[in-house]
Structures are given as structure tokens and as C-alpha cells.
Design a binder for this molecule. Structure first.
Ligand code: ADP
Ligand code: LRH
Length: 483
């Protein structure tokens, strides 16, 4: 049977990778051709993304992919962040990082002005201080924003540099806070409230649409064929990850677990009830018009920042996990959804400070601190998925945990134990797979989304963790006032 080759560029907050995939009705074979670190820039103007370094990483990756002759290229990245272009198409300054603190005052002030209930009714998003709408409110009156003619989200910006074509892919647009949750079009009232002209936001495009063909410069630089297409995928990384969840039932929950844990459900329509707003659940767009009803949990960021503080990297994880596994259970717990952990720096000290303030013992060693973090994450996964089910009137029988977190056996097992549900872990590269599968859709006529999920399951074989007793977990959840 027929299969085709595609290239996925997947930019995560901790690293970027380029993956080549051969996809056909019975085939999904992946090769990672390039991986590079994503190191933010701390400058007097705040915390930024090194967008030039990332673009070079993309070009290097595409050069490594060229020998496989991909038919098209798709780009996904983290959500909400953007670059501004002037009237000549030049980039106006380095994009800010969503962990920059310039929205600290502007975000709550915007909500106060607009009204929290009114805002949720319009955009259906959970409150996160870095939603694009708040970043723009914070940038109001700056020279850059005043001279801006276009705003491009990160994947759309890179797509523009590769093809010269501009637009706004809709799954990522749904994270900005500027998209109307009912009409799925840009909202003029929200743009106005943010202080921008809605025309800045550009034409929406859907996953699967064609963006354009490579410009001569990038084609020459990468060695990719001149006619190689750049395709719009589900350019929000979490949308791509959810698209690739290898579910074999409709009664599943997911945790897309990398720098963040994004835990929730795939629904046919948004849930914008007052209860959903009060519980701070978001309605982001998925592939094929689905809604990703989920909440952000701090995720492995907590682990990344502890490692960085200790001068270690991921290679230390296997050893540290063994220490965490033998540290005492439920000795200390934190709320892993707490926005106090959003900003970088001093993570072990900040966790210790919070434990002291809440009368809990501070773990004496690294293993103990990581146990505290991982048990707390498992509790947050449980709380978020249980609330999502209650708010959406759904019931689930399995949880799919995808992303780098699927490599963390303790986190997978504890998530299963806490929920009293089986966890199916993997694929680790779900986001890149979702990116590839959306591109391959045209090459797989007649395949339903369920068929694609079964294809991912067959190729990647998730690892199943059966739940042990929830008893200790019920008591631990009660200590944090969680479900
Ligand atoms: P992102 O896409 O947000 O950059 P990933 O999905 O790549 O994140 O996940 C990165 C995380 O995966 C790391 O922060 C780390 O906690 C986890 N991870 C990577 N390698 C291992 C490993 N060998 N054992 C356990 N966890 C790992
Ligand atoms: C995960 C993610 C998440 C967003 C955050 C900014 O990488 O895209 O879905 O909330 O980054």
C-alpha cells in the first residue's frame, strides 16, 4: 500500500526536534534527525525566546531531513507567544517568553475591566497571566506595538520565514484569548479591549491546509526540493499531542506531559459553564473541530528547574528517580497547579519555603524533594481529570499520558494509583506524530481519526500501568483540598 514521507518540526519549551515520518494506511515509522536545546534569553527588556537560534535549529533539522525527501513540512510549538512585523515584514524585536513577568499587573487589570464571566463567555479560556490577549494589553503603547502591521504566533512566524506566506493556524489561535469560542473567528471586541486592530491577527487557517512552498533561500540552505510544501498542522503542540493519543476507546482522558502537564478531555463542543470557569478550565481547539477541555498543571517544569538549580541535566534523572522512589511517601505535598511556580529560578528554595509556610517537613535530600514534586503532580493529574469529567458529564476508563513524562515510570504509576485508573504511557514524541499524521491525512483517504489513533497504537505500543490502591492518595488529596 502507498505511503509518503513528511517532516515534523516540533519546538518544545525545553528542546526542539525535527522528525521524519513515513506514513501509510498500515505504516508509521519515525526517525528523529535533529534535536537542539531551547535556551531562553534574559535581557534588560525581559525574558525572550532566542528566535534566531530556533530558526537555525529548524534549518539544520530540515537539512538533516532533506535526504529523506519529505513531501511537506509542518511546524508546531508552544502556544500564546508571537512576533510582530513592521510594514516591510521585518521582525520588531525578539518575541517575549510566556514566563516573562510583564503581564503581572496588566492581566488582572484586563480581567477586572472586561469582567471575568464576560471574558470566559467570549473566549472560553482558563486564566493564565500569559494569554496573548494579556501580553498585548501589557505591551499597549510600546513603539513596537504601535508600528506593528502583523502579529504572527511562533509556528506561523517560522512558516512565514520559510515560505513568505502569513496566516494564523486556528488551534494555536485558540490559545490567544482573542478567538471567539462560539464562532471560532477572531473577536473584534476582544481585540479592541486588548488595544489592537483585529487586522493585525491575519487570516485563520485550519490544520491540513497548505501554507506555501519553500522560498529559494531556505530551499537552498536546507537542500530540500524547491517545490517542497509547508503545511499547516495543529500548530499548537498540545493540539498535535492530543491528536496522536493512541486511544482505542472514546472514554479516555489524557495528560500531555512535558514542560507542562495538560490534563483533560477531548469533547465535541466547549463547556463554558460558570462551574467550568470557577474551576479554571480551558476550551482550546483540537483537530477536526474538537474541543480540548483541559487545565494547565506546572508539569515537569518543576523537575527541570530543580535540576537546573542543582547544576544537573536530564541525564541525572534515572539515578534521582531511584532516590525519589525510596524516599518516604507523602511526606510533603505542594499544589502543582499553583502559578507561584511559573517563573524561573530558585525552585528548590521556593518549594521549601512553601512547605515551611504550610507546616510541612522540608525533604532533606534531592530524592525526597523530587518525590514531593512527583506525588504532587500525580495528585494534580487526578484532581484535574476528575473535575473535567464532572464538569463535562463524562466518564473515563483509561488515561493516556504522552510526551517526555511517559519516560518517568514513577509519575506514570503514581498517576494510575492516584486516579484508580490504568495509565497508558507513550508515545514520548506524540506531538511530532500528531504533526506528521495531520500532514499525511491527504495520503490516507478515508481514514477516520479513530483509524489514525489505532495506527499510532500499533506503531508505538504504549506501556500500560495498572492502578494499585488509591487509599493513601485519597488522604493525600484531602490534605491539599483536591478531588
Ligand atoms: P517539551 O516538549 O515541553 O520541551 P518533553 O515532552 O520533551 O518537553 O519532555 C521533557 C521532559 O521529559 C524532561 O523535562 C524530563 O523531565 C522528561 N524526561 C526526559 N528524559 C527522561 C528520562 N530518561 N527519564 C525520565 N524523564 C525524562
Ligand atoms: C505546552 C504549551 C501549553 C501552553 C503553554 C504556553 O508546550 O503549549 O499548551 O499553555 O505551552
Amino acid at each position: 500500500s502507498h505511503s509518503d514521507v513528511f517532516a515534523a518540526v516540533d519546538l518544545g519549551a525545553s528542546s526542539g526536534r525535527v522528525v521524519v515520518g513515513r506514513v501509510g494506511p498500515d505504516e508509521l515509522a519515525l526517525t528523529e534527525v535533529h534535536r537542539f536545546p531551547n535556551r531562553p534569553l534574559r535581557l534588560p527588556s525581559g525574558l525572550h525566546w532566542d528566535i534566531g537560534g530556533l530558526y537555525n535549529g529548524v534549518l539544520d533539522g530540515l537539512r538533516a531531513a532533506a535526504g529523506h525527501a519529505p513531501r511537506s513540512v509542518g511546524i508546531d510549538s508552544w502556544a500564546v507567544d508571537y512576533g510582530l512585523l513592521d510594514d516591510s515584514g521585518a521582525l520588531l524585536g525578539l518575541p517575549h517568553h510566556y514566563r516573562d513577568t510583564r503581564t503581572d499587573g496588566a492581566a488582572p487589570a484586563f480581567v477586572e475591566r472586561f469582567g471575568a464571566a464576560e471574558l470566559y463567555a467570549r473566549n472560553g479560556l482558563q486564566y493564565l497571566p500569559f494569554n496573548t490577549v494579556f501580553q498585548l494589553a501589557a505591551a499597549r503603547g510600546t513603539a513596537q506595538l504601535r508600528s506593528a502591521h502583523a502579529l504572527l504566533l511562533i509556528p506561523d512566524l517560522l512558516g512565514y520565514w520559510l515560505t513568505g506566506e502569513r496566516g494564523a493556524e486556528v488551534t494555536n489561535a485558540s490559545t490567544t484569548g482573542l478567538l471567539d469560542v462560539a464562532t471560532r473567528r477572531w473577536s473584534a471586541p476582544l481585540a479592541e479591549a486588548a488595544g489592537i486592530d483585529v487586522a493585525l491577527l491575519g487570516e485563520l487557517r485550519a490544520p491540513g491546509e497548505r501554507i506555501g512552498t519553500l522560498l529559494p533561500g531556505p530551499a537552498e540552505h536546507t537542500g530540500l526540493a524547491a517545490g517542497t510544501e509547508v503545511a499547516a498542522v495543529a500548530s499548537h503542540d498540545t493540539a498535535s499531542a492530543v491528536a496522536a493519543v493512541p486511544a482505542r476507546t472514546e472514554r479516555f482522558g489524557y495528560v500531555s506531559c512535558g514542560t507542562w502537564s495538560l490534563a483533560g478531555l477531548e469533547l465535541g463542543a466547549p463547556v463554558t459553564t460558570e462551574a467550568a470557569r470557577a474551576a479554571n478550565f480551558t476550551n482550546e481547539l483540537g483537530v477536526e473541530g474538537t474541543t480540548r477541555f483541559l487545565r494547565n498543571i506546572m508539569g515537569l517544569w518543576l523537575v527541570q528547574e530543580c535540576l537546573r538549580d542543582w547544576g544537573l541535566d536530564d541525564s541525572a534523572l534515572p539515578g534521582l528517580m531511584e532516590e525519589a522512589g525510596s524516599a518516604p511517601a507523602f511526606a510533603a505535598l505542594i499544589d502543582a497547579g499553583d502559578p507561584r511556580y511559573l517563573v524561573p529560578g530558585g525552585m528548590p528554595a521556593r518549594i521549601a519555603e512553601h512547605l515551611r509556610a504550610t507546616g510541612q517537613p522540608v525533604p532533606e535530600d534531592r530524592g525526597g524533594l523530587l518525590r514531593c514534586v512527583l506525588e504532587s503532580l500525580a495528585l494534580a493529574h487526578r484532581d484535574t481529570l476528575r473535575r473535567a469529567c464532572a464538569l463535562a458529564g463524562r466518564d473515563i476508563e483509561v488515561v493516556h499520558l504522552v510526551g517526555g513524562g511517559a519516560r518517568n515510570e514513577l509519575l506514570c504509576q503514581w498517576t494510575a494509583d492516584a486516579l484508580g485508573l490504568p495509565v497508558e504511557a507513550g508515545p514520548v514524541e506524540a506531538t511530532a506524530i500528531g504533526n506528521l499524521v495531520v500532514q499525511a491525512r491527504a495520503a490516507l483517504p478515508g481514514a477516520s481519526h479513530g483509524d489514525l489513533r489505532r495506527l499510532v497504537h500499533a506503531a508505538e505500543r504504549p506501556r500500560r500501568y495498572e492502578p494499585a490502591g488509591t487509599a493513601g492518595w485519597d488522604a493525600a488529596a484531602a490534605r491539599l483540598d483536591l478531588e
